[in-house]
Design a protein around this ligand. Structure first.
Ligand SMILES: Nc1ncnc2c1ncn2[C@@H]1O[C@H](COP(=O)(O)OP(=O)(O)OP(=O)(O)O)[C@@H](O)[C@H]1O
Length: 573
């Protein structure tokens, strides 16, 4: 946990001043019972109005000053803990953004969300508590003990006797509740994952009529969480009255021995009241210490989860002095490329070699799982290859500045994701400065202008989360327009025309031929790629054919099979 506190380095002043003010408040709090003792013994009992007024004045002043100090501490602790949380969140987000897809797959999005939100909140709370209580609570408990000895050392011994019993009770509370709180955190995590999964898959859950089962699953998790909370509550139901009992026994002890001493004239009544106050202060401060231990243990678990992300080495490295290409054209060369997603997976690509000249149109086909998407994801370095090399414009992609390389490549994935916002805002993801004219031009090229023009709000039409207010084909065309507006030198379309009717598919492909970019189009439909300059056929991660439609028809058995199968399918339809 301590490793994360350097993220609060910009708030050093607040972290020092906060506890200082809290300490001063505690000093005032510690002196209040003494003032009260004087008020009772020298003022009220002896009917000395000067002392009564003086003590009342000092007590009010001490209380108000203490309050002002407490507010000041609260102010500093809020600034420091919020600032620390924000810095930590930004740094974590920055690290997540630098992770390659390999590392993102390893964590999964749900747990990253929990780490960015709940875990960072726990750290924020821990820092706020450090500032507010870490100095005050131990100071008050030790200070109250010393004050008790200062008033009467024999009664001070009662304090010393009560201390270990009370500490033992608090130790038991910590000992049994900390594992339960850890369990609560794990169960909350599982519940969060379930909620995220349910919300993102709500349509498929309904389509398969699995609502009841999903509700049951949720209820089971929720009940398990409830049970753990109940166990924590039961623990405090047993231990809270016990701590109150010990406190009251201490107070009875003070009254009994104090009463005797008052009778004998060795102690005054006001001093007995002050001792009762000190007993309260000492034991309440110890309860605060035990709460602090619980908060820190929860923060420790959160810190571990946050550090897991910070500690994960980023597999994508960038050269200190990358090579900047003189002119970006879009030529792509794969040279003996081998790739596997992780050591436990088999090779997704095996010794893949091919070359595409700048501005060419490459069709990519092959059975499902043959490595088509994998191949295209390697060009913008979403993953790094194991052996071989990939060159763009003659430069190894590992030598390009990563950000610059990615800016040359526009990617339309299989499942296009539109963000919540207007159509214009979505298109401007491709180019922030895009004007309305740019948007319409990109929409024309993507065969999307016609349907957008018919919408009442046109470019201002709001796209709901995930683009659910548009059809599959409309989403694909908006995603293609978003990619085209960036004017990339390499355009990758991963099965992105699959939801379009044949005519729109054809028109769009004609437009794609006009743009000054190398186009890689993955498709299972032979009709979509047969006019490509070259077609790459993959099977089980290997290149089994590269050439024009006619070349492949003569040379590659797999290609012949799919062409015949699709021709038959169309004539039967
Ligand atoms: N993130 C991943 N982690 C592990 N293995 C993966 C991952 N993505 C794909 N694979 C595996 O890599 C191989 C190639 O997958 P890829 O998605 O590239 O195939 P594809 O030809 O594009 O298939 P499709 O036509 O179904 O989209 C498959 O065996 C697949 O299971």
């Amino acid at each position: 946990m301590l490793r994360l506190f350097p993220y609060a380095k910009n708030y050093r002043k607040e972290i020092i001043l906060g506890p200082t003010f809290k300490f001063l408040e505690a000093v005032f709090e510690l002196f209040l019972p003494l003032l009260m003792a004087r008020l009772v013994d020298q003022g009220i009992q002896q009917q000395n109005w000067t002392v009564i007024w003086q003590m009342t004045f000092w007590m009010i002043l001490a209380s108000i000053t203490g309050l002002l100090f407490a507010i000041t501490c609260q102010y500093f602790s809020s600034i420091a803990s919020q600032g620390f949380g924000t810095e930590l969140r930004n740094q974590l987000m920055e690290k997540i953004n630098r992770l390659s897809h390999r590392e993102l797959n390893y964590f999964g999005s749900n747990t990253l969300i929990t780490r960015l939100t709940n875990d960072i909140n726990q750290m924020q709370l821990a820092l706020a508590m450090v500032i507010r209580l870490v100095v005050r609570a131990p100071f008050l408990s030790i200070g109250a003990l010393i004050m008790a000895f200062y008033i009467d050392w024999q009664i001070g011994l009662i304090f010393l006797a009560i201390l270990p019993i009370f500490s033992l009770l608090l130790f038991l509370l910590i000992r049994f509740s900390v594992p339960l709180f850890r369990l609560v955190q794990q169960q909350l995590d599982r519940l969060n994952q379930l909620v995220a999964q349910n919300l993102s898959g709500v349509r498929i859950i309904r389509a398969f009529n699995r609502q009841e089962r999903e509700v049951d699953k949720f209820q089971q998790q929720s009940d398990a969480l409830n049970e753990t909370y109940l166990k924590v509550t039961k623990l405090s139901i047993i231990l809270s009255p016990l701590t109150t009992l010990v406190l009251n026994l201490g107070i009875i002890g003070i009254f009994m021995i104090g009463g005797f001493k008052v009778e004998l004239g060795h102690l005054q009544q006001g001093e007995v009241l002050a001792l009762v106050n000190y007993m309260n202060q000492m034991l309440l401060a110890l309860i605060v210490v035990s709460n602090l231990v619980i908060i820190f243990t929860r923060a420790e678990a959160s810190a571990k989860r946050i550090n897991e992300v910070f500690d994960l080495p980023i597999s994508l490295s960038e050269k200190d002095e990358p090579t900047m290409p003189r002119q970006v054209r879009g030529e792509i060369i794969f040279n003996q490329v081998d790739f596997r997603y992780s050591p436990e997976h088999g090779r997704a690509l095996r010794k893949v070699s091919f070359q595409i000249p700048a501005g060419a149109f490459l069709g990519i086909t092959g059975p499902t799982g043959s490595g088509k998407s994998t191949l295209t994801q390697l060009i913008p370095r979403f993953y790094d290859i194991d052996t071989g090399e990939i060159l763009v414009d003659g430069i190894n992609i590992k030598d390009w500045p990563l950000d610059y390389l990615r800016r040359q490549i526009a990617f339309v994935p299989q499942k296009s994701v539109l963000i919540r916002g207007t159509i214009r805002e979505n298109l401007q993801w491709g180019k922030e400065t895009a004007t309305d004219a740019d948007c319409w031009q990109a929409l024309e090229l993507a065969q999307g202008a016609e349907f957008v023009r018919l919408l009442p709000d046109q470019l201002d039409t709001l796209i709901v989360e995930g683009g659910k207010n548009f059809s599959g084909g409309q989403i694909q065309r908006l995603a293609i327009a978003r990619a085209l507006i960036a004017q990339p030198k390499i355009l990758v379309l991963d099965d992105s025309l699959s939801a379009l009717d044949y005519q729109t598919d054809w028109l769009l492909r004609q437009n794609l031929r006009k743009i000054p970019a190398t186009v890689l189009l993955i498709s299972q439909r032979v009709s979509s790629i047969q006019e490509a300059d070259q077609i790459l056929v993959l099977e089980k991660g290997r290149v089994v054919g590269l050439g024009s439609h006619l070349d492949l028809l003569q040379q590659v058995p797999y290609y012949q099979e799919i062409v015949h199968a699709q021709e038959e399918g169309e004539s039967n339809a």
